[in-house]
Structure formats: structure tokens, C-alpha cells
Write a new protein. Structure first.
Ligand code: NAD
Length: 247
């Protein structure tokens, strides 16, 4: 454990498992106090225990990030204890399907969680984060938000939207010392990708320059770097962390 984030207060959405859990544990291991948020109350209890085991402080929150009232209530709880320094918008869902068969509901639900959810969290915390003077926002997009993917028009649109949101916020809040960046993972082994067929996995792996699928820790290391003092002069950027998949 290092203490480069000692005294910092962080909120990670979608922290119950996968990439979000790894980010929460990594931030906690660097000394941050981490609020771990997922859809349901108690959903992050195990992640909180892992953060504490890593030597940090953590607390679990339950809310649907696409619901403005629930996000406002979360912000009230978190800000009652002090300002927030680090916000990682990681919660995300997929509702894949070929475009001609994609329902309006599947389009709306993916945009609501992946894009509107990040907007709501940023809006709820931006004022207090701007006051902090050196706050960090990291939004988790996807390589498909940069290059597109058949069967993921809704998901790719939501992840591309996050890039526009982040660059605009980077410009709006840069004068207040806040950095806003995007991390765009490639194919990472989590529950989200667990259902893919063996055929799909081996075809994807064959297209990855580094010859392997990614691990949640490959992403959390980059997010933690952006939140650390070493990342202070990086803003408005999209860091693609995909082992060379998009090359
Ligand atoms: P996951 O499905 O394992 O975990 C998703 C997390 O988001 C869970 O904690 C879940 O509770 C939470 N969540 C979902 N909807 C929510 C809502 N409405 N409100 C609050 N929390 C909600 O996913 P993962 O693979 O760990 O992916 C994390 C992020 O990384 C997502 O944004 C995903 O789009 C992105 N990503 C993943 C991959 C990959 O290959 N796994 C690749 C690129 C980008």
C-alpha cells in the first residue's frame, strides 16, 4: 500500500464487481476513502471488505445511476461528510442486438445508464469538486465508442457520448484545476463478457496485439494513475487500454 491518495475521497460507480471493483480496491490501496456504489443496497459489501483488506477505507452505497432523484440523494449523503476529490463513472450495461432489430427500449436503457448516469453523477458533484481545486473525474468508455462495433449501436453511441461529455467538462472545469479523462477498455474478462462463446473469445484474442484478453487490474492501474499526482497535467484525453485490439 502507498499513500499517494491519502486524504482523498473517491466515489466509484458499478463497484460491486469487475472493473469497478478493481478500481475501488486500487484507489483504497493508495490511501483513498472510497464510496463503492452499485444498483442495490448491500451490492458492494464484498467490494468494501476487499478495499479494507487492501488497507484503505470504504463504504457501500446503493442507487440506480440513471435516476436523478437517487443520484441527488447519494450526493447529499457523500457531501455531508466532506467534498469529493475523485469521481469514477464506471457503471455500465449492454443490450446488444443487430441494428435492424434493436428496440427503442434497449437503446434508451443503455443510454440512460451509460451516458445519462455519468451526466447525473458529474452534475451532482461538479460544484463541490470544482471548489476542491484539484479534483479528478474519470469516465469509463470503451474502445467500441471510438471504433464502433456491429451489434452494439446503442452501447457504442453511449460510450462515444461519454467522450464528448468528458471533453466538454474538461474545458469547462479546467480553470478550476479539475481534470476529466476517459479510459476506453478493450475486451476485459468480467461478468459482462463471461457469456461470450469460446469461438468469439478466440477470434477476439487473435485480433489483440498483445495476444491476451485484459484483466480488470489492467484498467484500474490506468485509472489510479490518472487520479494520482503523476496524472495532474492530463485532461480531456481518451486512453485506449485494449492490448492493441484497435490497432
Ligand atoms: P459488470 O457487468 O461486471 O459490472 C457492472 C457494474 O455496474 C455492476 O457493479 C453493476 O451493479 C453496475 N451497474 C449497472 N447498472 C447500474 C445502474 N443503473 N446503477 C448503478 N450501478 C449499475 O461490467 P464490467 O465488465 O466490470 O464493466 C465496467 C465498465 O467498463 C462498464 O461501463 C463497461 O461498459 C465498461 N467496459 C467493459 C469492457 C469489458 O470487456 N468488460 C470493455 C469496455 C468497457
Amino acid at each position: 500500500m502507498s499513500d499517494e491518495l491519502k486524504g482523498k475521497r473517491a466515489l466509484v460507480t458499478g463497484a460491486s464487481r469487475g472493473i469497478g471493483r478493481a478500481i475501488a480496491v486500487d484507489l483504497a490501496a493508495k490511501g483513498a476513502m472510497v464510496y463503492c456504489l452499485s444498483t442495490r443496497e448491500g451490492g458492494c459489501d464484498e467490494a468494501v471488505a476487499a478495499c479494507k483488506e487492501a488497507g484503505g477505507l470504504a463504504s457501500a452505497l446503493g442507487a440506480d445511476v440513471s435516476d436523478g432523484a437517487q443520484v441527488a440523494a447519494i450526493a447529499e449523503t457523500v457531501l455531508a461528510d466532506g467534498a469529493l476529490d475523485i469521481l469514477v463513472n464506471n457503471a455500465g450495461i449492454t443490450r446488444d442486438g443487430l441494428f435492424m432489430r434493436m428496440s427503442e427500449e434497449d437503446f434508451d436503457s443503455v443510454i440512460a445508464t451509460n451516458l445519462k448516469g455519468s451526466f447525473l453523477l458529474c452534475r451532482a458533484f461538479a460544484r463541490s469538486m470544482a471548489k476542491a481545486g484539484s479534483a479528478r473525474i474519470v469516465n469509463i468508455s470503451s474502445v467500441v465508442g471510438v471504433i464502433g462495433n456491429p451489434g452494439q449501436a446503442n452501447y457504442s453511441a453511449s460510450k462515444a457520448g461519454l467522450i464528448g461529455l468528458s471533453k466538454s467538462l474538461a474545458k469547462e472545469f479546467g480553470g478550476r484545476g479539475m481534470t476529466v479523462n476517459v479510459v476506453a477498455p478493450g475486451f476485459i474478462e468480467t461478468d459482462m463478457t463471461a457469456d461470450l462463446s469460446e469461438k468469439m473469445r478466440s477470434e477476439t484474442t487473435a485480433n489483440i496485439t498483445l495476444g491476451r484478453l485484459g484483466k480488470p487490474e489492467d484498467i484500474s492501474a490506468v485509472v489510479t494513475f490518472l487520479c494520482s499526482p503523476s496524472g495532474a497535467y492530463i485532461t480531456g484525453q481518451v486512453l485506449v487500454v485494449d492490448g492493441g485490439l484497435s490497432l
